[in-house]
Design a protein around this ligand. Structure first.
Ligand code: PMP
Length: 406
């Protein structure tokens, strides 16, 4: 098979032709949210132009077309994650997915003396819901620490996976360090001790093929907007036994079979957890995003991003005073860095004037920033639509700004 034509692929992303401050945009903030190819934009547009109706309610033609488009996208997403479609709850993103587990699964189960085990590299979305549940139940939160290169300390994980732990929450890929965690091994270890596992897949799905069944977790959360899809899309896969046992989190239309004031009979999963009108057009767009990614091939995407990462790492490491946070082998294409004498926000602001979009801040990972001993980092996060030339320009831009700030 032919190698992908990356320049032609890049041309699918309309926003990448933009100028910023009179310079061509160099978008290096894809871990924050990815850009969207015209195929996704067109799918959303076509849904509103040709098929728009609500799902699961109307018998008319548009109603069944909309339902089929929505459910078709669910089936497609489930198939590529290797899980049954009726175990995939569609949500507004990872945040809602994790909150759903926290409120429907954990809240009724946890009690004083129980523990929730998280890791030092979790995003706030996989910390704060657990704190809220811990406050209400009396459970406590324990934390797995990381090694100096930014990998999970697996000895620490095993030591803390004690009988009091009811749930282990781990990110698949760190949004700050790029570390790819060995989630299969971790879930096997947890299963052996009867501990349920939740994997935050937000930063994994954009970069690699994910087989949830092979991972062997209890819950897998993801967000659509980082994998070329529209904002306000994503999902939660959960084992069927959990979905059946869990009470609904939000109540309303769509999630019921019969409502009487004396009591309500809920719909079957996954609908039981999808109260109200969902983001139908967004989910259709997410289906198109999945098709787009698979059209290129996740293995090709991963190889391309690894090549860009290798170049970026080499160029940035050569800059005096620049330190990269997160050097674990096999990491994903995310580079958080510090430049001696330059505040991350100043660096990002001056890079923006060069047309280079990087994120500065805490990246919704305060506990990790505390461990790194910094208030903020700059982060360049790459996608397959970036080019080698853009990486060279990033390095040149940082050099220029470093001299300005020195
Ligand atoms: N977890 C991780 C690792 C993330 O990077 C993000 C997005 N920054 C989230 C969770 C939250 O995703 P969302 O805001 O789309 O719900």
């Amino acid at each position: 098979t032919a190698r992908p034509d990356w320049l032609r692929i890049r041309a699918d992303f309309p926003v990448l032709t933009r100028q910023v401050h009179g310079k061509p945009l160099i978008y290096l903030d894809s871990a924050n949210t990815s850009q969207k190819p015209q195929q996704v934009i067109k799918a959303v547009d076509a849904f509103y132009r040709e098929h728009n109706a609500n799902v699961s309610r109307a018998v008319h033609a548009l109603g069944s077309e909309a339902t089929e488009a929505y459910e078709g996208a669910r089936r497609k997403l489930a198939a590529r994650l290797n899980v049954p479609a009726d175990e995939l709850v569609l949500t507004s993103g990872t945040t809602l997915a994790i909150n759903l587990v926290a409120y429907s699964w954990a809240l009724p189960r946890l009690k004083q003396g129980d523990a929730i085990l998280l890791t030092r590299m979790e995003h706030h979305a996989n910390i704060v819901p657990w704190q809220l549940v811990a406050e209400r139940t009396g459970a406590r939160i324990k934390v797995v620490e990381i090694t100096p290169e930014g990998a999970l300390d697996l000895d620490d994980l095993r030591a803390k996976l004690t009988a009091d732990v009811k749930l282990l929450g781990v990110t698949h890929v760190s949004n700050v360090l790029g570390t790819v965690n060995p989630v299969e091994d971790i879930c096997r270890e947890a299963r052996r001790r009867g501990v349920a596992t939740l994997i935050d897949g937000s930063q994994a799905l954009p970069h690699r093929a994910v087989d949830i069944r092979a991972i062997g977790c209890d819950f897998y959360a993801f967000t659509g907007h980082k994998m070329l899809g529209p904002t306000g899309t994503g999902g939660l896969w959960a084992k069927r036994e959990h979905l059946q046992a869990m009470p609904p989190f939000l109540g309303g239309g769509e999630m019921i079979r019969e409502v009487r004031f004396e009591g309500t009979v809920f719909n079957d999963p996954p609908h039981k957890f999808e109260a109200g009108t969902p983001n139908i057009a967004g989910v259709v767009g997410l289906g198109a995003a999945a098709d787009y990614l698979d059209g290129i091939g996740m293995a090709e995407i991963e190889a391309r991003e690894q090549a860009l990462l290798a170049l970026a790492t080499e160029r940035l490491q050569a800059i005096p005073g620049l330190r990269i946070h997160g050097t674990a082998p096999g990491k994903a294409a995310v580079i958080s860095f510090q430049v001696e004498g330059a505040h991350a926000h100043d660096l990002a602001t001056l890079l923006d004037l060069e047309g280079i979009a990087v994120r500065s801040g805490h990246h919704c990972a305060h506990p990790l920033m505390a461990w790194l001993g910094v208030p903020a980092t700059c982060r360049a996060s790459l996608a397959f639509y970036n080019t080698h030339a853009e990486i060279e320009q990033l390095a040149a831009g940082i050099e220029k700004v470093r001299r300005l700030l020195a």
